[in-house]
Design a protein around this ligand. Structure first.
Ligand code: ACM
Length: 629
C-alpha cells in the first residue's frame, strides 16, 4: 500500500471510530464499553438463534424488529444475525450482560433473562431512533455501530416511586410509566398506594377503604390553597386498583423485570383510612378524604408537625392492629416482592399527646415519649408484616424511638437516617430529598411553577448513595421519588421524571468512577430524540440559565446567569421586549436598574433558540437576592 493510501485508510478508520463514539449515548453508562470501527446493517431476512432458556427475550426482540422493519424474522440454531444465549459467568451477576456488535452480527449473553433484557435496552439505544416507533419505518438503514459491552449494575435496588394516592393513575398509565423506567434499567416501582388524599387498593375484608377512602371532592388549583369542601359535596375524583388490577400490574412489571414495592402509609397520612373507619384518637370528627386543603402546621417540623385535623391512627386501639392485619394479609398475597413499605413518615403527635388512650398505653408499656409510642406502633406492624412472610420497610422516621428487629429504612430527610440505620446493621435505600425528589421544580421557578424547592438535573447527578465509611452491604441502592400532590396528569408526571431520572439511573447502575457530568449531559441531549419518538413528555430545563441575584453594598440588584450545560448563549432584555440573538448577550453579572419590571431571557445554541423564553418579574429577582458582605 502506498504510504498516502495507508494514511488515508487509517484516518478514515479513526474518523469512523470517532463518529461511532460520538453517536453512542447509552444511559446508564455501561461498566465497560469499546466502540469499534464500522457498523453492522440488519439484513432483509433477520435470523435469530437463542438458547431455549432465552426464548422470552428472543420473542421480545423478534417482535420489535419485525414491527419496525417489516422484515421477515426466522429462527435458526446455527448461523444467525442475532444470537441470544444464557451463559454461566459469575462475574456478571443476576443482571449483567455482554453485548457485541461486529461483522458477524449481534451477540447477546447473560446469566439470566433480566441480563438479556438489559442488553436489549442498551442495543435499542444504539439502533436508529426509528426503532422506538410501533409501525414499519420505511427508508431506514438499520445500521448498528460496532461495539463490545460488558455491563452490570452497581446497586441492586434501582427504584422509582410513583405516588398514586394524591393523583390516581390508571392501570394503563402505570404500565406506561413502567415501560419508560425500564429503558434506563430501573428495576423497582414503589407505589405509594395510600395517603390523606386517597386509598387506592381494594381490601376485600374492609370494603369501605375504597368505597369511601378512594374518593374525594374534585378540586383543581394550587395545592394547600384549596378551599375546604362542604361535607355534602359530591366526591367524584378518585379510583383504586382491584385485586385483579394489582395482579395484572405485578405480572406486567415482572415481564419487564420490575418488582413492585407496595406502600401503605401509616400511622400518619391516614385521612382516607379514617374517612372509611375513624380509628384515630378523635373518632367523632366528620372525616372526609382530603381534597388538597392544608391541614398540617409544619412550622418547627423536625418530626413534630401539628395536625389541625387528626390524620393518625390510634396506636392504643387494638381494632387498629386487627384491621392492619386484614390489610397486610391481602397486600402480602398480592405483591410477591419481599418488602412491604409501611410509610411511617411525618406523623403528627399532637393528638396522641392529648389522648387518654395513648396515656394509658404509655403507662402500660412503659413508653416515655411520643417517639416511643410511634416505635411501639412500628414494632406491632413489623410483627404483622413478618407474620405474612414479608420484611418491613419504612421512611427514616421509623428510627425515632428505636428501630424494630429487621426493618429496612428508606432515608429521605437527607442521608443521616440511612447512615444511622446502616450503622445499626439495617438495610437501607437512599432517597435524600435534596438529590432525589423529582417532584421539586427543575429549572427557572417562574417558568416551571413552584413545587417546594428547586432541584436541577445537575444536582441530581451529584447523588452518591454510598456514604464514606459505611459498609456497602447495608446500602441496597437508591431511588427517585415522584410525589403527585401538585401533579394532575401523566404528562406532568413524565415531565418531572425525565430527564432527571436518567441521572439517578446512571448513579444507581454505573461505576462511580465512570460518572462524568459533561459526558452525561451530552448523552441526555441525544436521549431527547428517543423521548420525542416515544411521545414521553420531558423537561428541557437544562437549557435555561440558572438566574441568581445579589444586592451590593450600594443597594443595587445584581443579576447573574449560569449555564447548566455547555455551549449556550443567553440573550436578555430589561425593557419588556422579547429578546433574540440581536439583544444583549449575557457576558457577566450586571446591575438591574431599579425601574425595571421584568427580565426576559432566551438561550441559543449554534445560532438557534433552544429552551424556553423566561419572563422573570422584578419581584422574583428581588426575592432571590441575598446581601453581599
Ligand atoms: C416523605 O417525603 N414524606 C417521605
Amino acid at each position: 500500500m502506498k504510504i498516502s493510501n495507508f494514511i488515508f485508510t487509517v484516518s478514515l478508520l479513526v474518523i469512523t471510530s470517532f463518529s461511532n463514539a460520538q453517536q453512542i449515548a447509552i444511559i446508564p453508562e455501561p461498566y465497560q464499553m469499546k466502540v469499534g470501527n464500522g457498523s453492522y446493517t440488519l439484513p432483509k431476512v433477520v435470523v435469530i438463534s437463542s438458547s431455549a432458556s432465552a426464548n422470552e427475550i428472543s420473542e421480545i426482540i423478534s417482535k420489535k424488529i419485525n414491527a419496525v422493519t417489516g422484515d421477515q424474522i426466522t429462527k435458526s440454531s446455527t448461523k444467525s444475525n442475532i444470537d441470544i444465549q444464557i451463559i454461566n459467568e459469575t462475574d456478571l451477576g443476576k443482571e449483567g450482560y455482554h453485548l457485541d456488535v461486529n461483522e458477524k452480527g449481534i451477540q447477546i449473553k447473560a446469566n439470566t433473562n433480566a441480563g438479556l433484557f438489559y442488553a436489549w435496552q442498551s442495543l435499542l439505544q444504539i439502533m436508529p431512533t426509528a426503532v422506538f416507533n410501533n409501525t414499519v419505518q420505511n427508508n431506514i438503514s438499520w445500521k448498528i455501530p460496532y461495539i463490545s459491552i460488558t455491563d452490570k449494575p452497581r446497586f441492586g435496588w434501582r427504584g422509582l416511586m410513583l405516588d398514586v394516592s394524591r393523583h390516581f393513575f390508571t392501570k394503563a398509565e402505570v404500565k406506561e410509566y413502567i415501560d419508560n423506567m425500564v429503558l434506563y434499567k430501573y428495576n423497582i416501582l414503589h407505589l405509594h398506594l395510600t395517603d390523606d388524599q386517597g386509598w387506592r387498593i381494594e381490601i376485600k375484608a374492609l370494603p369501605k377503604l375504597t368505597e369511601v377512602g378512594a374518593w374525594r371532592v374534585d378540586r383543581k388549583g394550587k395545592w394547600a390553597n384549596i378551599s375546604a369542601p362542604a361535607l355534602d359535596e359530591p366526591k367524584t375524583y378518585g379510583g383504586f386498583y382491584t385485586h385483579e388490577d394489582i395482579k395484572e400490574l405485578v405480572a406486567y412489571a415482572k415481564s419487564k423485570f420490575v418488582e413492585i414495592l407496595p406502600e401503605i402509609d401509616i400511622p400518619g397520612h391516614s385521612m382516607a383510612f379514617l374517612a372509611a373507619y375513624p380509628l384515630s384518637t378523635t373518632p367523632n370528627f366528620n372525616y372526609q378524604v382530603n381534597a388538597g386543603t392544608e391541614f398540617m402546621d409544619w412550622t418547627g417540623y423536625n418530626g413534630h408537625a401539628t395536625a389541625k385535623i387528626d390524620n393518625a391512627l390510634n396506636p392504643a386501639n387494638e381494632t387498629v392492629y386487627n384491621y392492619l392485619d386484614k390489610i397486610f394479609t391481602e397486600v402480602a398475597s398480592l405483591f410477591p416482592f419481599e418488602y412491604i413499605h409501611m410509610g411511617g413518615d411525618e406523623t403528627a403527635k399532637n393528638n396522641w399527646e392529648k389522648s387518654t388512650d395513648v396515656e394509658n398505653l404509655m403507662k402500660r408499656e412503659n413508653l416515655k415519649d411520643q417517639h416511643e409510642v410511634q416505635s411501639y406502633f412500628v414494632k406491632r406492624v413489623e410483627k404483622i408484616i413478618n407474620a405474612k412472610g414479608k420484611k418491613l420497610m419504612g421512611w427514616d422516621e421509623i428510627l425515632e424511638g428505636g428501630l424494630p428487629g429487621n426493618a429496612a429504612v428508606m432515608s429521605w430527610r437527607g442521608m443521616l437516617g440511612g447512615i444511622e440505620a446502616a450503622n445499626q446493621k439495617h438495610q437501607v435505600v437512599m432517597t435524600p430529598n435534596d438529590f432525589a425528589y423529582i417532584d421539586f421544580y427543575q429549572g427557572e421557578v417562574t417558568a416551571e411553577g413552584k413545587v417546594y424547592k428547586g432541584l436541577r438535573m445537575k444536582k441530581t447527578y451529584e447523588f452518591e448513595p454510598l456514604p464514606q465509611g459505611i459498609d456497602p452491604k447495608y446500602i441496597l441502592g437508591g431511588q427517585a421519588n415522584l410525589w403527585t400532590e401538585q401533579i394532575l396528569s401523566l404528562r406532568s408526571a413524565q415531565y418531572l421524571t425525565w430527564p432527571r431520572s436518567m441521572s439517578i439511573a446512571e448513579t444507581l447502575w454505573s461505576p462511580k468512577e465512570k460518572k462524568n457530568w459533561q459526558n452525561f449531559s451530552g448523552k441526555v441531549e441525544k436521549q431527547f430524540e428517543i423521548l420525542d419518538a416515544l411521545n414521553i413528555k420531558h423537561a428541557k430545563s437544562i437549557y435555561d440559565p440558572i438566574v441568581t441575584t445579589t444586592s451590593n453594598t450600594k443597594g443595587e440588584l445584581i443579576a447573574k446567569m449560569e449555564g447548566e450545560v455547555d455551549n449556550l448563549k443567553f440573550y436578555y432584555s430589561i425593557d419588556e421586549s422579547l429578546p433574540d440573538q440581536f439583544s444583549d448577550e449575557y457576558k457577566g453579572a450586571f446591575v438591574v436598574p431599579s425601574d425595571v419590571t421584568i427580565l426576559r431571557i432566551i438561550s441559543y445554541r449554534n445560532g438557534k433558540p433552544i429552551g424556553k423564553m423566561l419572563h422573570i418579574p422584578i419581584e422574583s429577582l428581588l426575592s432571590r437576592a441575598v446581601k453581599t458582605l
